[in-house]
Design a protein around this ligand. Structure first.
Ligand code: AP5
Length: 214
């Protein structure tokens, strides 16, 4: 049973590594970013509520995130563990997850300097329905502009505009980065393993650092 949290700034490569880890460990990816974008795309009540927040690079409320996670964890594919991509993002969310009694086995911080992130985001392309990520230079699809598995067209995310990326980085440093100390402290008193990897290396090298530890 593996319950893994991936922490790191926007564009650190969490989604990219999440897909690889999920294949390696045969666990599902729980990405609140993907869930919220799906809600926006389907124009559901939730989607209409959060659409502006996503576009502006702010954070959706802890209450909304808490109920999304609670609901997701009732699905049978989570029985053998899950990979939490981009959640928790605030101390409030970390406390909510603790109350759900999820037995976290690993917390992985993917560290990347801000300037590298700004450069990366402009080249990101996404397959909207699966959340699969590509980069026009560093991780290109087999056929330019199209998803490798389905052949669907790829899109550029609305919140990847440079000014929004800078706002998302600020939000990360203020509200999410403190979680690294929160989980480091927990790892000192329990069985949880916390480790940090250098996310500025190639996708394969980052995955090697992670797979060596899990
Ligand atoms: P979310 O979708 O979670 O976005 P994020 O955390 O900002 O992270 P990204 O998806 O932008 O980046 P990533 O780290 O996954 O990197 P990726 O692998 O794509 O959230 C979006 C929004 O939803 C938030 O802003 C917020 O509004 C809301 N939200 C979501 N969860 C929330 C929560 N819990 N609470 C409140 N609000 C929430 O890689 C980036 C690019 O780099 C890609 O093009 C990729 O191909 C490329 N790349 C990846 N690895 C490498 C590498 N090693 N070398 C070179 N290029 C690489």
């Amino acid at each position: 049973m593996k319950n893994i949290i991936l922490l790191g700034p926007p564009g650190a490569g969490k989604g990219t590594q999440a897909d690889l880890i999920c294949k390696l460990c045969t666990i599902p990816k729980i990405s609140t970013g993907d869930m919220l974008r799906e809600a926006v795309a389907s124009k559901s009540g939730l989607g209409l509520k959060v659409s502006n927040i996503l576009d502006s690079g702010g954070l959706v409320s802890d209450d909304i995130i808490g109920s999304l996670i609670k609901d997701r964890l009732t699905k049978p594919d989570c029985q053998n563990g899950s990979l939490f991509d981009g959640v928790p993002r605030t101390l409030g969310q970390a406390e909510q997850l603790a109350e759900m009694k999820i037995d976290f086995t690993h917390v992985i911080e993917i560290h990347v300097e801000d300037q590298i992130i700004v450069d990366r985001m402009s080249g990101r392309r996404v397959h909207p329905s699966s959340g699969r990520n590509y980069h026009i230079e560093f991780n290109p699809p087999e056929k330019e502009g199209f998803d490798n598995e389905t052949g669907d067209p790829l899109i550029q995310r609305e919140d990847d505009r440079p000014e929004t990326v800078l706002k998302r980085l600020n939000v990360y440093h203020e509200q999410t980065k403190p979680l690294t100390d929160f989980y480091k402290n927990l790892s000192n008193i329990g069985t949880l393993k916390f480790f940090k990897v250098d996310g500025s290396k190639s996708v394969d090298k980052v995955f090697e650092q992670i797979s060596n530890q899990i």
